[in-house]
Design a binder for this molecule. Structure first.
Ligand SMILES: [Ca+2]
Length: 513
């Protein structure tokens, strides 16, 4: 029998605390040996406490918000000529605005996996939409729980299942409370409250925010800081705005009225969330971090460069992102330092003063220095890799309607595929010396593309993004030395990714009996 990392960590109890780390009911926690998470004396919060003054002796609350398919340019503050996003604009004008923020992957599930783990999603086989986390991975929720955080997930999950008994539902992935959908969802959604299907009423983003605010309100006065992951179902197709939001865009084509209206609906809900933090009096020491999960949609969306969602060129990867944390970011600021969704996990762990024992290789870096205005250059390149493995269909509406019906009849679904029981099984070994698909290595301002087709033939392209943000002028023949150096770095990274994919990161973490 094999005990996976997740069970192993759980068997340790919620963690062991040093006196300097504020934590709850330490005495009730199980002490144990083995690969236990350990804590650093919390230098970060020590510094921060001095800045915050009285009342900020606790770790910050954290809210991670994500749109579904909002491109770089699908924001009024990024210059969209039609869209109205007053709440996002207000936050962008008062917080840290990332002007070169990337989704780790050009589609939904993989990028979400990068937020959860700080790792490129190919490391755990989350190649495309509908692929899952592996239960062996350490999630941001699990990591922050060891530092005393209470954790909640609200909205789109798309990293496994939202049914009871799944090894990759939000609960099994470290979330204490959850109200989630298997994939994108529209108005009046059926969501899963910890496995129980519930029919809701209302605009989809508002339903999500209301659930998050209920959690935030419940815990804001409590002894523990919280992590709330709020993942909207908008503006993913089908686009169905509420009438009030569509009406703002009546002079546009019908499909655009609904697409823009969905973004405005999301903006309204986001504004309610932001206002809620102020009403509760917790906004100063709450990190509110917003971004999208991939680049813009074809036809209706506005991208940040060449290509669209699904593509490794800039348009498929660049997304809007803003981070608000008044206690630590007192003045509005914008940054051009390239950052990506894999950076979220290491950043939050540093801020919370957490280090996990047996942390598998990270791709992201901590942006704590950038938050403090001390990082002007990214110290590590970013690797991208779209592997030619197909996505897996996960129709939220159909699955949730069926679950609601079955549970209404007093039963539990006997369908097993949707539980993704095999999420931790590593059944295939991939070769470590061939890297199919489209990958890229971004070492600002240079971006090298490595495109390996079905025959195994490799095509390289090199762009200087500072001079050529649209990736139009291929310089691959002009700078052989740079191309060779970047290619070997990219391929070394891809080999490391394949080793993770093949399960090598978990070898010290499994117990065989
Ligand atoms: Ca998406």
């Amino acid at each position: 029998m094999q005990i996976e990392r997740r069970e192993f960590l759980k068997s340790l109890g919620a963690g062991v605390c040093l006196a300097v780390v504020r934590c709850v009911s330490a005495s009730s926690r199980t002490k144990s040996s083995g690969a236990k998470p350990f804590f650093l004396a919390n230098r970060q919060s020590g510094e921060a406490n001095a800045d915050f003054g009285a009342g900020f002796s606790r770790k910050p609350n954290i809210i991670l918000c994500m749109a579904d398919d909002q491109g770089w340019g699908d924001m009024a503050y990024n210059g969209h000529p039609v869209l109205k996003t007053p709440n996002f604009d207000a936050m962008a004008a008062s917080a840290l605005r990332f002007d070169r923020f990337y989704a780790a992957a050009p589609v939904c599930s993989p990028t979400r996996g990068s937020v959860m783990t700080g790792r490129h999603p190919n490391r755990f086989g989350c190649f495309k939409w509908g692929h899952t986390l592996r239960p062996q991975e350490i999630t941001i929720a699990e990591a922050l729980k060891t530092a005393g955080y209470v954790t909640g997930h609200f909205g789109k999950w798309h990293l496994g299942s939202v049914r009871k008994g799944s090894p990759v539902n939000p609960g099994a992935s470290g979330f204490d409370e959850w109200f989630s959908a298997p994939n994108f969802f529209d108005n009046d959604p059926i969501l899963s409250r910890e496995g129980i299907a519930i029919q809701t009423k209302g605009e989809s983003s508002m339903v999500t925010v209301d659930a998050a605010l209920e959690f935030i309100g419940k815990h804001s006065g409590g002894p523990r800081p919280f992590l709330a992951v709020v993942w909207f179902g908008s503006p993913h197709g089908p686009h169905q705005a509420i009438e009030e939001d569509r009406a703002l865009y009546v002079d546009q084509k019908k499909n655009r009225q609904h697409f823009y209206g969905e973004i405005t609906g999301m903006d309204r809900a986001f504004g309610k969330l932001r206002k809620g933090l102020r009403t509760l009096g917790i906004h100063r020491n709450t990190i509110l971090w917003y971004c999208s999960d991939n680049g813009g949609l074809p036809k209706v969306g506005t991208t940040g460069g060449r290509g669209n969602k699904g593509n490794i060129y800039e348009g498929g990867l660049r997304v809007p992102a803003i981070l608000e944390w008044p206690a630590r970011i007192p003045k509005p600021r914008a940054t051009n330092v390239p950052c990506n969704t894999s950076d979220i996990y290491p950043t939050l762990l540093e801020i919370a003063g957490v280090r996990m024992g047996n942390q598998p290789p990270l791709d992201g870096i901590s942006l704590a220095g950038l938050i403090d205005g001390k990082m002007n250059v990214r110290p590590k390149p970013i690797g991208f890799w779209d592997h030619p493995t197909r996505g897996i269909s996960t129709p939220s509406l159909k699955w949730m309607t069926e679950l609601l019906e079955v549970q209404k009849a007093g039963k539990e679904s006997s369908e097993t595929f949707r539980l993704r029981l095999d999420a931790g099984k590593i059944s295939e070994q991939y070769p470590e010396d061939t890297f199919p698909g489209h990958a890229a290595w971004l070492d600002w301002p240079w971006k090298l593309h490595r495109i390996q087709g079905k025959t195994g033939k490799v095509k390289l392209e090199l762009y200087n993004l500072a001079e050529d943000p649209a990736e139009q002028k291929d310089l691959v023949g002009r700078d052989t030395e740079r191309v060779n150096s970047m290619k070997s770095q990219l391929e070394a990274w891809q080999a490391s990714v394949v080793r993770s994919l093949n399960g090598k990161d978990y070898q010290g973490l499994s117990l065989n009996s």
